[in-house]
Structures are given as structure tokens and as C-alpha cells.
Design a protein around this ligand. Structure first.
Ligand code: ADP
Ligand code: MG
Length: 241
């Protein structure tokens, strides 16, 4: 089932009275439980796509929630109070939702930290808190804009694996924007490659990797097909005719 579809979407901004063409004929759809990575040159319109999904365009079904580059945790609120914030704002503080939060805190290893403050947590734990807060309000689609950009390489791999596990076990349809091709291939079911502005879809790659046991982004990186996808996407990105 499709949870989102873009049909022939274009977007212009107005720049000093002149139209700035940013997106041109963008078409793709996102299926239930699927992870799509969008990659492309800086300034091509990736964030614009997320902004369209969260505001200007109507999704096929449901509600859309956004999670940004920074984790936006409030330093004066505890982990638990940060997580409840989304539910509070949406007036969704039901017994059922509170139980769900408790379950996620437990499953994702944050139970013993619920009364701590954000500055007492590692970068990876902060990301998990932000993710649980987003998932608590049960969005149909999870939008992630360069979520690992601020992390060092080793932490990035670890946090990426953690997040993948959470997203897959909650079966959330997800769109993740990243300029890092390896990250895109390691995490996504499909990778959408954009051209420079005005961005068109150059190609959509269906990622099929041979992996022993359950897939994780880390295992994806050592699958046989990984390098071939990397080379193809790299060439696609650098071939701007
Ligand atoms: P990306 O996320 O791929 O780096 P963006 O979607 O942020 O790219 O931006 C695409 C282009 O649109 C850039 O050239 C940017 O300067 C321009 N842009 C983004 N937002 C606006 C805006 N509100 N008004 C005018 N131009 C914008
Ligand atoms: Mg951006």
C-alpha cells in the first residue's frame, strides 16, 4: 500500500522577484514500511521535498511528522518530559500512549535514563530520545533530514544501526535525506538520485543486497552488491548532462 505519492511535482521559489526553479516533475511513491533515501547535490532541493511532504502537499493518507537534523531536545526538561512533549502538544496523553512510551523506553535502552537531562546523554542516546518522541505520536511517515550529519564516523555507524532497528521494528515508512551515498545504500530499500537544481529524478535504485540473517546498515556495507550500487550512483551523480 502506498502511504505517499508524488505525481509530477514541481516547485519554484521566488528569489528577488525572479522564479527559482527547484524541483521538476518529481514522481515517486513510498510504500508501507519502506525506507526511501533521497540523495543529490547540495542545494538540489532535498529539504524542499521534505518540506512539501510535511506542509504544502497532501499525503495520500494520514498524518506526517518531521524530525530534523538536530535533535531539538529541551535541555531543561528530562528525557521523559522531552518524549512526552509531542503527545502534550497534540493532546494525545492517553494511558495507551503513555504505555507505548514506557515500552519504547524499555526496548531502546533508555528506561534508566528517563529522569536524566539531555546533556547527560551520549549523542546516540539523544537521537533515540528524539526518535521515540516522534514515534510516540504515531506519524504515518517518518521524515529524516540528514539525521547523522552532526556525528563522527564511528558514532554515525552505531546510531544508524540503532535507528534502523527501531524504524523497522515499528514498521514506519521513512524518507531519509542524505548526501552520503554509502549511508543511503546501507539503510534504504530504494535510493532516489536527484540531479542538480532544478532537481529531476535521475534514477531510482531498488536496493537488493545479499545478507546473512537480518539486515542492518552495518551488514549492508559488506554485502557483495554494495560496491556496484556505490559506483553506479556515484557515476549518476557526477554525470550531469
Ligand atoms: P538541499 O536540501 O538539497 O541542500 P534545499 O531544498 O534546501 O536544498 O534548497 C534548494 C534550493 O532552493 C537552494 O538553491 C536554496 O538556496 C533554495 N531555497 C530553499 N529555500 C528557499 C526559500 N524559502 N526561498 C528561496 N529559495 C530557497
Ligand atoms: Mg537540505
Amino acid at each position: 500500500m502506498e502511504v505517499l505519492s508524488f505525481k509530477n511535482v514541481s516547485k519554484n521559489y521566488c528569489n528577488k522577484g525572479e522564479p527559482l526553479k527547484v524541483l521538476k516533475n518529481i514522481e515517486f511513491s513510498l510504500l508501507e514500511g519502506e525506507i526511501i533515501a533521497i540523495t543529490g547535490p547540495s542545494g538540489s532541493g532535498k529539504t524542499t521535498i521534505l518540506n512539501l511532504i510535511s506542509g504544502l502537499l497532501q499525503p495520500t493518507i494520514g498524518e506526517i511528522e518531521n524530525m530534523f537534523q538536530k535533535d531539538h531536545l529541551f535541555e531543561w526538561r528530562t528525557v521523559y518530559d522531552n518524549i512526552l512533549l509531542g503527545l502534550e502538544i497534540k493532546k494525545m496523553l492517553t494511558k495507551e500512549n503513555l504505555e507505548k512510551v514506557d515500552r519504547m523506553l524499555d526496548v531502546y535502552g533508555l528506561k534508566d535514563f528517563k529522569d536524566n537531562y539531555p546533556h547527560e546523554l551520549s549523542g546516540g542516546m539523544r537521537q533515540r530520545v528524539a526518535l521515540i518522541r516522534t514515534l510516540a505520536v504515531n506519524p504515518t511517515i517518518l521524515l529524516l533530514d540528514e539525521p547523522f550529519a552532526a556525528l563522527d564516523y564511528q558514532t554515525k555507524l552505531k546510531v544508524c544501526d540503532d535507528m534502523y532497528k527501531i524504524i523497522k521494528s515499528e514498521k514506519k515508512a521513512t524518507i531519509i535525506v542524505t548526501h552520503d551515498i554509502t549511508e543511503a545504500i546501507s539503510i534504504a530499500d530504494k535510493v532516489i538520485v536527484l540531479s542538480p537544481r532544478p532537481a529531476e529524478i535521475k534514477k531510482i535504485y531498488q536496493i537488493n543486497l545479499t545478507i546473512d540473517g537480518e539486515r542492518t546498515p552495518f551488514k549492508s556495507r559488506s554485502a557483495n552488491e554494495f560496491k556496484d550500487y556505490f559506483n553506479e550512483i556515484w557515476q549518476e551523480l557526477n554525470n550531469n548532462v
